[in-house]
Ligand binder design. Sequence first.
Ligand code: APR
Length: 240
Amino acid sequence: MKEIESLADWIKQSDFTVVLTGAGMSTESGLPDFRSKDGWWRNFDPATIATVDALETNYSLFHEFYCMRLKTLEDCRPHRGHYILAEWEREGMINSIATQNVDGFHKAAGSGRVYELHGSLRSIRCNSCEEYAEVEDFIHKVQCRSCGGRLRPGVVLFGETLPQDAWDCALRDIKKAHLVIVIGTSLQVYPANQLPGMTNGKTALINYDIQDGDSRFDMVIQGKTGQVLARLNREILGDV
Ligand code: APR
């Protein structure tokens, strides 16, 4: 596929490459995404479950949903694509990863500069006093040990603002980037979906489902994350 060869060249020529990932980065690890045919939002309405209102007025449902996501996470691990991106960072081929994912897989695979735009499922805190708590306490519906408040995962719920530092770092890097590679996201959610348009560098999309709007990318590669990253890796390493 000539796109693989071209993108491999772009990666080698770029002095500052940023990767933006979404749930399609982790489906091959066994985690559902959100909007594909078997994604989370096919069975749950995010408006009634992934919001502060749900946390405050329907804690049982909120708690049940996030316990299910934490349980799903227990049996899943980063896949070869995550490890390839971590290797590329070590080799200086990419600078950083901005991710919408809350699974922690990029860091678990060894990536260092990871900006978790939507937080992390495993970081539990009190919704009232912000005190950190153990995952086990959340799972067992223990109240905050400091103030008795409700515990919640450190993920960005719809209507909440993104972690300022993660956003600022991602935006800073994207603006500087010579190349932005977007992997496994439908780009439906604001403001993360604005990032690809904020670079003056080249843009490439690697995704399973290709939408009409994706033509704004300089390059689009339709395919599965793990396979495409493995082929890119062979194309790049093959030269050294
Ligand atoms: N390889 C490549 N692409 C894939 C793969 C795969 N193995 N699996 C799924 N995809 C693609 C799908 O085609 C889809 O376009 O990944 C995209 C996933 O899109 P979404 O399910 O919408 O996930 P995402 O874009 O990350 O959602 C953004 O929405 O609900 C919020 O907070 C949640 O961070 C999430 C945000």
